[in-house]
Design a protein around this ligand. Structure first.
Ligand code: HEM
Length: 334
């Protein structure tokens, strides 16, 4: 959660007001937190070892303040406060959009960057795609692609899973949500677009912190890749729209849901909203799931009872002839 200076004079339950009233918020003590270095704050720790840094915050209390990249941040660590922020008093908090770091989000009209009513309307539409029945139909595709991946490995081959899983999750995502087979399209446009979006979101990528108007190599690459990906998605949307207008058969995927969606008042999503929603899913759904898979396998490797034949130092898995084809794991002989 990022702090916002605000002249809001709303009264809270405690009778605290931002201007006048019983207590001025400016007079309240700030939560404790690591001192960090002058100017830098805790930036270096966030960049070098972000997870370790977040682990150390608990030493300072349940609500901790720190600064990084020239911005003040507050982290809530106690479940009661998390509930307060996300649930019981969510109206008092706003989504931080990181405007200080970028003036061109990869998908400003997509779910991640919209808020309030705008977000609610989009969320209701998109929710349709994630009913339990639909999710169950995704499972077949996931199984098929996982089988294909395992089949592509030679027996005894050492495979870098942290490279194999992003490819797997991207294939599954573009198939289930957009009915696109990665082999049948310009893969580089999708891969490079998804890569730059993920790199830009990574706090460890210092070049992503340079304002976008500065023509750094990363910024130029980001702009070019994003523009190509936007073009690809626009084309996909236009083709689906044409197919729908011509009454042709179309897949029952996220793209169809978005193109045909209407809210209670009969309003449809704009072209930009549809495109940004697709970009959001491409950006949000591949690296996250790939990392979850990679770390799951790492944990499996650490626990001998269910351990695949594994070399954790290189994030790789060695497949044995007796492997179970569906999951690509082998149990060591007992
Ligand atoms: C293990 C895998 C995943 C993890 C850990 C994860 C984590 C998260 C988190 C923490 C958020 C909240 C971000 C915020 O509000 O600041 C989020 C939002 C979101 N995620 Fe995921 N995610 C995963 C998989 C996916 C997949 C597979 C998709 C797409 C198919 C997806 C699409 C989204 C979208 C669209 C949002 C924005 C939702 C909204 O604001 O209404 N995520 N995810």
């Amino acid at each position: 959660m990022q702090d916002h200076d605000s002249d809001d004079s709303r009264e809270t339950e405690e009778g605290v007001t931002a201007s006048g009233g019983e207590t001025d918020v400016d007079d309240l003590p700030l939560p404790p937190g690591p001192d960090g270095y002058p100017l830098l704050g805790s930036s270096h720790q966030v960049v070098r070892r972000p997870l370790d840094f977040y682990d150390t915050l608990a030493e300072h209390g349940d609500v901790v303040r720190y600064s990084a990249f020239g911005q003040p941040f507050t982290t809530v660590l106690h479940p009661d406060y998390v509930e307060q922020v996300l649930l019981s008093e969510h109206g008092s908090f706003e989504k931080w959009l990181g405007e200080e770091f970028t003036d061109d989000h990869f998908a400003p009209e997509g779910l991640v960057f919209t808020s309030g009513e705008h977000w609610q309307r989009q969320r209701t539409i998109v929710q349709e795609m994630f009913t339990i029945d639909r999710i169950q139909t995704f499972a077949d595709v996931m199984g098929e692609y996982a089988d294909d991946l395992v089949d592509s490995w030679a027996d005894g081959e050492t495979v870098a899973l942290n490279r194999a899983f992003p490819e797997l999750t991207l294939r599954i995502l573009v198939h289930t949500l957009l009915d696109v087979d990665l082999d049948g399209v310009n893969q580089d446009v999708i891969r490079e677009g998804v890569d730059v979006v993920n790199e830009q979101a990574n706090p460890r990528n210092l070049s992503a912190l340079v304002p976008e108007w500065v023509p750094t190599p990363f910024n130029r690459r980001y702009r070019r890749a994003l523009s190509d990906l936007r073009g690809f998605v626009d084309d996909l949307v236009a083709r689906r729209r044409r197919a729908l207008e011509q009454g042709g058969e179309v897949p029952d995927d996220l793209l169809s849901v978005l193109v045909t969606a209407e809210d209670d008042e009969g309003r449809t999503l704009s072209e930009t909203e549809i495109r940004d929603q697709m970009l959001t899913f491409l950006g949000a759904g591949t690296e996250t799931t790939a990392l979850a898979l990679t770390y799951t396998f790492l944990e499996l490797a650490k626990h001998t009872a269910s351990r695949p034949v594994w070399n954790s130092s290189t994030s790789s898995i060695t497949r044995r002839p007796s492997s179970t084809r569906r999951c690509g794991c082998t149990r060591p002989p007992t």
